[in-house]
Design a protein around this ligand. Structure first.
Ligand SMILES: Cc1ncc(COP(=O)(O)O)c(C=O)c1O
Length: 388
């Protein structure tokens, strides 16, 4: 596939974008924060959405089973990960975060603890707090691996009935190994807890790492796992409003269907159209090209951080288009993103928003044309050079 659309930089067009990433900060700032990509969505997706709009097909969407999304999701999981979810157990929700909220409310009680490994995607905390539950944090080991001893202790101490998992992990980019997932689902079994496995970044796993769906570990894991996924991260469709919530067994599905009933009504018809196009054959080709560009970007970024940003380190992420920058060597305090916004005019995501282990860190979104990524790094490097 022609990579021009991933490499071309039209800064004026980006600045005219209506979405959150480019509209939030002024024209002097380069945004590398929220998880949208700067690439245009796949041609197949844009064509499908435009065709549906041109047909005036803007009414009530089909029911989940009639929509084709559950079958497309199941086929995709079978082909990519050897996981065979039953399409009858796949429900539609408008997005992953609302799906998580409904699940936390359904599978725990008021005031209960919900386990989350930290650093964590900030809305995980918001979901737990808005549901009236309590965050039970288990800090990850360096590199994002799960600390089994700590997790066991947290689960024992808090009697949590829900574990909120992010696999692959945002912000560290760690792809959880089968053994880590087995440890988590084993602890969940011991405490009769449900695992909410947010696998939204699975399609953004780079060669060399292997994504294992939590529910694919075996029947015991499947019986207590709800998987949340969507095309939105890998295909840059976060505004389209379509995601899936998948129960590992029919019994869990009944509970999940009750929990997500209202949300099923909020899925938009164009979100379904976009998801089907993304998960079709043309989408695969686009995704392979996108991942190749992101792979080159992550390596280039890691090399430049090492060469040009003394005091900053990063681990090469195995998945996602996020770099978790350890800026503690710069001694900028808890929130280096605030300093970089002021001194480099680059908007990063603030580390402390990911929980206490995020102090001294910032997250950089590298899903941008390579020339723009270099412009972002140049600004960071120029600001860092004034510190020495
Ligand atoms: C781990 C994770 N889950 C969920 C989301 C958001 O998903 P949605 O827009 O479907 O709620 C993101 C977005 O970056 C994410 O990184």
């Amino acid at each position: 596939m022609d990579l021009d659309s991933f490499h071309a930089v039209d800064l004026d067009a980006l600045r005219r974008r209506f979405g959150m990433k480019w509209s939030h900060y002024g024209p002097d700032v380069l945004p590398a924060w929220v998880a949208d990509m700067d690439f245009p969505a796949a041609p197949a997706v844009r064509a499908a959405v435009a065709a549906a709009a041109a047909r005036g097909e803007l009414g009530y969407p089909p029911s989940a089973p009639d929509s084709g999304v559950p079958a497309a999701f199941a086929a995709r999981c079978r082909a990519r990960w050897g996981w065979e979810p039953d399409p009858a157990l796949v429900l539609l929700v408008p997005n992953v975060v609302l799906g998580l909220l409904a699940c936390v409310e359904a599978f725990s009680g008021a005031g209960d603890a919900v386990v989350v490994t930290t650093p964590a995607y900030p809305p995980f905390f918001a979901v737990i707090e808005r549901a009236g539950r309590v965050v039970a944090a288990s800090p990850l080991l360096p590199g994002g691996r799960v600390d089994g001893d700590d997790l066991a202790a947290v689960m024992r101490a808090t009697r949590a009935r829900v574990v909120l998992l992010c696999a692959p992990h945002n912000p560290t980019g760690h792809v959880l190994a089968r053994e880590e997932l087995a440890l988590i689902t084993g602890l969940a079994a011991e405490h009769d807890a449900i695992v909410l496995s947010d696998e939204i970044h699975a399609d953004l796993t780079y060669d060399g790492a292997v994504h294992v769906p939590t529910a694919a570990l075996g029947p015991d894991a499947a019986a207590r796992t709800v998987t949340l996924a969507s095309a939105s991260k890998a295909f840059n469709l976060a505004g389209m409003g379509c995601a899936v919530a998948v129960a590992g067994t029919a019994a869990l599905h009944q509970r999940l269907a009750r929990a997500t009933w209202a949300l099923g009504h909020a899925v938009g018809v164009l979100g379904i159209v976009a998801t089907l196009a993304a998960w079709g054959p043309d989408g695969d080709e686009w995704l392979a090209a996108c991942r190749a560009v992101l792979d080159a970007n992550r390596r280039h970024l890691a090399a430049r951080v090492s060469a040009d940003l003394p005091g900053v380190t990063m681990r090469l992420p195995d998945a996602t288009y996020m770099a978790w920058l350890d800026c503690r060597g710069l001694e900028l305090g808890a929130d280096p993103a605030a300093w970089f916004l002021e001194h480099a005019k680059v908007a990063l995501s603030s580390g402390p928003a990911f929980g206490p282990p995020g102090a001294g860190f910032a997250r950089l979104n590298f899903a941008t044309p390579p020339a723009l990524l270099d412009a972002i790094i140049d600004r960071l490097a120029a600001a860092v050079s004034t510190r020495r």
